[in-house]
Every structure is written in structure tokens, then in C-alpha cells.
Write a protein that binds this ligand. Structure first.
Ligand code: ADP
Ligand code: MG
Length: 660
């Protein structure tokens, strides 16, 4: 790819905007100095005291400015762009700034006597994103792909285009947000690449021809028919709006079959449920109503923080200082919060059903479901969506960033860059998990044809262990530290059991789009957890080749080290078990035998810590097993008497450093 030709992808959002690009490693979202990718789509107008040109603030400073100066802050301009005054009547009561009919059907915002068209405001945001991209890439950026909601009409699309032009950007294409989300997951990319050609028409209306088939396009012909028609539902729940879109992708054409949504339903409403709860209880307990702007503002911030905590944890504390030594505090459980939110989520589900119906599809026959927007991090949302569509939704990518990433991928296709790393037909590298002591257990070997699935059982290593951390690894080496970590998750709330007793089944599943689902399930308790990953992002072809070469060069040492770790783990496990049994049934042994076993335990541990001779260690471990057979039998007999389970433990354990 000619680096000077980078076309950026822009998600111009109602509340947040992002910019991304693709290089040979895959897509990247551009972040600010603090690591934040989201730029608030907000402009603050600071009047110049001397009557000169007003000063503008953009992004976070403007968003913070909004609290004190709502009337000189412009936010949610996307709700206005490309609309006439008649269409805007419904919006007006919700806006703190004033709008008025302007020339040529425009609806400018008036601040301090100066008028700003929605295009002007959007162009300020786009300029900032362009600046950010240029700073990051170290060169001028001219061309961009910009996303808009699927329901945007021609006039809204044209206004977005005009805003970009005013920002010095040449809009190569306007694409639909749900289409971008699908592209981010690689859906349709293969077809898009094949069909890519200069004669692809521009996007138009709601039935968008994304990348149209072109009779003269020179394709290699091998994959042309391989990709079947797919239907995709994109569920986008943000801060203030909900959109559901159903797409059909066929021969490189993305068609929006239907859209539905609610422009006044989003994360703010979940916050409001907590706010209402607190207000109600504060009134009951203290006879107070929360009126002051500062307390209200504090409560709003608190409510959002509690909501976000409940996406991670089962419970959260709420504490609100009411002044004069009055402190409101309580604990809220996720289940309680979910009961409050369920009616809101149910409204989104009803809209999903009607969108599916409009598309003429049975809801449980849609091939893929993609989650977009920060509020889809809520477990309740994921559950309800999963139940409704009868499948696990795609969540591998950050829901805030999916749309920008997809825009960047479309941009990359249009720039003629290779995206073939993102198109997996086989897994380029092996996939597995980290086990005790930093070894790797590979579940899917490299060059396995996708889709594919593998399962393996593991257990715990420590008595009473209630959580297991699973580190998903990619690479050919035998040790975790030499592989690439794709992500981690925790299986929690396993009932306490002796080491070796829990049965943890780990499943790796790669679907036809190359998305990896890893799940872990403790079979005795039914507890389960999982993670979704896009394994193809972040590696170039050269890197894959280097990793292969290194694994061959280091194979001998790696295998020895893996074997040493396994043996040392086994020593630790067996000696711990022997000690426990001595404590329980040692009195049934004669004193000499008990003393000898104690000495054997110490000797074996010492050997494991010191020796490099693995065969010797293996033999010693075998001998130890024979020497403690009598003790083990007594232990099992005793356990059976207690009615407990007495199963021979297996000592393969994922990394067990989580104890709760
Ligand atoms: P928009 O599309 O409206 O610009 P976003 O997609 O950025 O908005 O979503 C913002 C919303 O997501 C906010 O209401 C925020 O509180 C919510 N949100 C972000 N992270 C979480 C989380 N972990 N759990 C629940 N809600 C979250
Ligand atoms: Mg959004």
C-alpha cells in the first residue's frame, strides 16, 4: 500500500465521534494522549469579552463546559443535520440551545447572536478528527469514508458530505453504520474485495449498494461463489438512541432490508432508573427532595458509574452525601437493577421483532447479530438479545469502536489495500490457553480449516479455589510468555472443592467469519464464562512467518521446558495431596511409614526445585506414587465413608492465581 494514500474511516456520532485507519496489521482506532478514542461530538462557544470572534472548545472541554453553560454548548447536532425546520419540531423541546429557520432550508443554531449551521458544527468536529489522524500518521490526510445511520435520507447524507468538504476532507464514500459494523467483523469483506472495482456506484438512499458487483472486475474466481448470502442484525444501543438494522449481504452487495429504532432510548434511561430509585429512597428516609444542581449532577454521575460497575460485578455500593452529616447509602444487586431496566430492554426487543418482520425474516433465522454502542456491555442486554435471536451475538470488538473500525476497513478496500490477513480460511497460528506454571495447552493447531471447534477438560490446582483465570494465547511456542495473549477472562463462583475435583471444560470455537469464541464451563456447578476475540487482527504475514521459524528453531528447548513445568506441577499437586491425606488418615499408618512419606515429600520437592534431569524427576515422581499408594487407598476409603467423592484427581490446571 502506498502510505500516502491512507483513507481514514470516521464514525461521526451523535454523542461521540471516532477516527480509524487500517495498515498491514489490521485496523487501528486513533486515540488521544490519554488513550481515549472517543471525541465528544460537542462544541462549546466561549464569547470573547472584547466582542471579537468567539472562542470554540471541542470535545471533552466542551462537554465539561456543558454543565455550566448549556445554552452556549452545541451537542447532538447529528439530530439536526440535513433536516428542515418542520422536521425538527419534535427535537426542539429537548435542546438547550436555540435554532431558527435560515436561508435555503437550513436550520442554524444561534449562540450569542452568531449563527452556526449544523454542517458548520459537524465540520468543526470533522476537522478535529482529521487533525488527530494527521498528527498520528505524521502526514496529511485528505480522503475519508464517513458513516451515517441507515435511516439517513439523501438530504442528511448530502449535508454530512458538505460538512466534510468544509473540513477539507474528500468523502470517498458515505456508508451505513450497521454496514460498517458488519465489515468490522469481516462479514462481507471477502466479497467486497472480490467485487471491488472502480465502477461500484455511490451509496444512495436507505437501500445502500455498498460495493456492487461489476461485470468487468477481475476476480481470481476461486472464492467468488464460496461466500453465501448472509443476513445480519446490527443492534446499536448508545447513550440516547437505539437502532436496529437488518442487512443482507450477497455478492458483495450490502442491502439494508429494514430499520427500526427509538431516538429517545439509551443508556441515559438506565441511569435514570437508578436516579429515580435514589430520589425515592432519599425522600422516604430523609424527607428530602434532591433539587440543587450540584447534587443532581453528582447523582447523575454516580448513577452512570453504578450502572457500569453492575456490568462487571454482581453488586455495587451507592453512597450520596446529602450534606449536614446526612449520608444515603445502600447496596444494589445486579438482579435488582435488571428488574428496573427490563421494561426498557423489552422495548428494544419489540423493535427488533418488528424490524425482522419488515425484513421478511424469522428472527431466529438471522445468521449473525452484532452489538454496537456502549450500553450493549450490559449483561441483561446481551442475554435478552441472545435469547431473542437464538444465537450468541458478536461482541469481540469494542462496541464503541466497531463502526469506526468498519469505516476504516471500507476505506482500506477502496484504497486497494490488502486485507487478506483478515480473511481466514485456516487459522494462521495455533490457539490455546495458559496452564499452571506458564505452559501452553493448544486446543486448535495452526492451519486448521475454519469453522472449527475443540474442547478440553481442565481442573483446579488449589483446594477451595473458586475462580480460574483463562488466558487465551496464539502462537507456536510451548510457553505462554513466548505467545501472544489475545485476551483473558475469569470463571468465577465455582463452589469450593478440593483441588483436582472441579471439571472445567474449555471450548474453542471459530466460526465461518473467523471470530473465536472461548468458553469455560465448570461441569459440576454449571458455572460458565467466556470471551470473544478476532484473532486475525494485529499480525502481519511476515510476523506469522517469523513466529513459525522461531518455533522450529526453539522446538527442542521449548518442549523440555513444557515437560519440566508439567512435572513440577505434578510434584506439587501429588505432594500436597499426600500431606492432606497424612493429616486426615496418617494415624492409621504405622509411625515408620508416616515418617518415610514425610521424608519422601521433602526429597521430591527438593529434587523438583533443583534438578535439570527431567527423566530422573519423572522416575522419582513414579516412585513417589508407588510409595504413597497405601496412603492413597486409606484416604479413598475414608472419603467414601464420609460420603464424599473419591475420584482420582487429574492435575492439569489452568493458571490458578485467582482466589476469592
Ligand atoms: P452514542 O452511540 O450515543 O454516542 P455510546 O455508544 O458511546 O453512545 O454509548 C454511551 C452509553 O454507553 C452511555 O450511556 C454509557 O453510560 C454506556 N456505557 C458505557 N460503558 C458501559 C458499561 N460498561 N455498562 C453499561 N453501560 C455502559
Ligand atoms: Mg454510537
Amino acid at each position: 500500500m502506498n502510505p500516502s494514500e491512507t483513507i481514514i474511516g470516521i464514525d461521526l456520532g451523535t454523542t461521540f465521534s471516532l477516527v480509524a485507519y487500517v495498515d498491514e496489521r489490521g485496523p487501528h482506532v486513533i486515540r488521544d494522549e490519554t488513550g481515549e478514542a472517543r471525541l465528544p461530538s460537542v462544541i462549546g462557544v466561549l464569547p470573547d469579552p472584547d466582542g471579537g470572534r468567539p472562542r470554540l472548545t471541542i470535545g471533552w472541554p466542551a462537554r465539561n463546559h456543558a454543565v455550566e453553560h448549556p445554552e452556549t454548548t452545541v451537542y447532538s447536532i447529528k439530530r439536526l443535520i440535513g433536516k428542515g425546520i418542520d422536521e425538527l419540531r419534535a427535537e426542539l423541546p429537548f435542546l438547550a440551545y436555540s435554532v431558527m429557520p435560515g436561508p435555503r432550508h437550513t436550520v442554524p443554531v444561534e449562540i450569542d447572536g452568531r449563527r452556526y449551521t449544523p454542517e458548520e458544527i459537524s465540520s468543526i468536529i470533522l476537522q478535529e478528527l482529521k487533525r488527530r489522524a494527521e498528527e498520528h500518521l505524521g502526514r496529511a490526510v485528505r480522503r475519508a469514508v464517513i458513516t451515517v445511520p441507515a435511516y439517513f435520507d439523501d438530504s442528511q447524507r448530502q449535508a454530512t458530505r458538505d460538512a466534510a468538504r468544509a473540513a477539507g476532507l474528500d468523502v470517498v464514500r458515505i456508508i451505513n453504520e450497521p454496514t460498517a459494523a458488519a465489515l468490522a467483523y469481516g462479514i462481507g469483506i471477502r466479497q467486497a474485495l472480490q467485487q471491488q472495482s472502480p465502477c461500484a456506484p455511490e451509496s444512495r438512499g436507505t437501500s445502500l449498494l455498498q460495493v456492487a458487483p461489476c461485470p468487468t472486475s477481475g476476480s481470481d474466481g476461486t472464492r467468488a461463489d464460496a461466500a453465501p448470502t448472509q443476513t445480519v442484525a446490527v443492534y446499536d444501543l448508545g447513550g440516547g438512541t437505539f437502532d436496529i438494522s437488518i442487512l443482507r449481504i450477497e455478492s458483495g452487495v450490502f442491502q439494508v432490508l429494514s430499520t427500526a429504532g427509538d431516538t429517545r432510548l439509551g443508556g441515559d434511561d438506565f441511569d435514570r432508573e437508578i436516579i429515580k430509585l435514589v430520589q425515592h429512597e432519599v425522600r422516604e428516609q430523609f424527607g428530602l427532595s434532591i433539587e440543587s444542581p450540584t447534587t443532581k449532577q453528582a447523582l447523575r454521575g454516580l448513577a452512570e458509574a453504578v450502572k457500569i460497575r453492575l456490568s462487571e460485578q454482581d453488586a455495587a455500593r451507592i453512597e450520596l452525601d446529602l450534606g449536614q452529616d446526612r449520608l444515603y447509602r445502600r447496596q444494589i444487586g445486579r438482579d435488582e437493577f435488571e428488574r428496573l431496566c427490563d421494561p426498557l430492554v423489552a422495548r428494544t426487543i419489540a423493535l427488533c421483532r418488528s424490524a425482522a418482520e419488515d425484513a421478511g425474516l424469522a428472527i431466529d433465522r438471522i445468521d449473525q447479530v452484532i452489538l454496537v454502542g456502549g450500553s450493549t456491555r450490559m449483561p441483561l442486554v446481551r442475554r435478552r438479545v441472545g435469547e431473542t435471536f437464538g444465537r450468541t451475538p458478536y461482541t469481540a470488538l469494542n462496541p464503541d469502536e466497531v463502526v469506526a473500525i468498519g469505516a476504516a476497513m471500507q476505506a482500506s478496500v477502496l484504497a486497494g489495500s490488502p486485507l487478506d490477513m483478515l480473511l481466514l480460511d485456516v487459522t494462521p497460528l495455533s490457539l490455546g490457553i495458559e496452564t499452571m506454571g506458564g505452559a501452553v495447552s493448544k486446543l486448535i493447531l495452526k492451519n486448521t480449516t475454519i469453522p472449527c471447534r475443540a474442547t478440553e477438560q481442565f481442573t483446579t490446582f488449589v483446594d477451595g479455589q473458586t475462580a480460574i483465570k483463562l488466558n487465551v494465547l496464539q502462537g507456536e511456542r510451548e510457553l505462554a510468555r513466548d505467545c501472544r495473549s489475545l485476551g483473558e477472562f475469569e470463571l468465577r463462583d465455582i463452589p469450593p472443592m478440593p483441588a483436582g475435583m472441579p471439571k472445567v471444560e474449555v471450548e474453542f470455537l471459530i466460526d465461518a467469519n473467523g471470530i473465536l469464541n472461548v468458553s469455560a464451563r465448570e461441569l459440576r456447578s454449571g458455572r460458565q464464562a467466556g470471551i470473544q476475540i478476532v484473532p486475525s487482527h494485529g499480525l502481519t504475514r511476515e510476523e506469522v512467518e517469523r513466529i513459525e521459524r522461531e518455533s522450529i528453531a526453539r522446538a527442542r528447548d521449548d518442549i523440555d521446558e513444557h515437560r519440566r513445568i508439567d512435572l513440577v506441577n505434578q510434584v506439587e499437586f501429588d505432594t500436597n495431596k499426600a500431606e492432606q491425606m497424612l493429616a486426615k488418615v496418617g494415624h492409621l499408618l504405622d509411625a515408620g511409614e508416616a515418617a518415610r512419606i514425610r521424608a519422601d515429600i521433602a526429597a521430591l520437592r527438593k529434587l523438583a526445585a533443583e534438578t535439570r534431569d527431567l527423566d530422573q524427576l519423572h522416575r522419582a515422581l513414579d516412585a513417589f506414587g508407588k510409595g504413597t499408594l497405601h496412603l492413597a487407598e486409606l484416604g479413598i476409603r475414608e472419603a467414601l465413608k464420609d460420603g464424599g467423592e473419591a475420584e482420582a484427581p487429574t492435575a492439569r490446571a489452568p493458571r490458578d492465581n485467582v482466589k476469592t
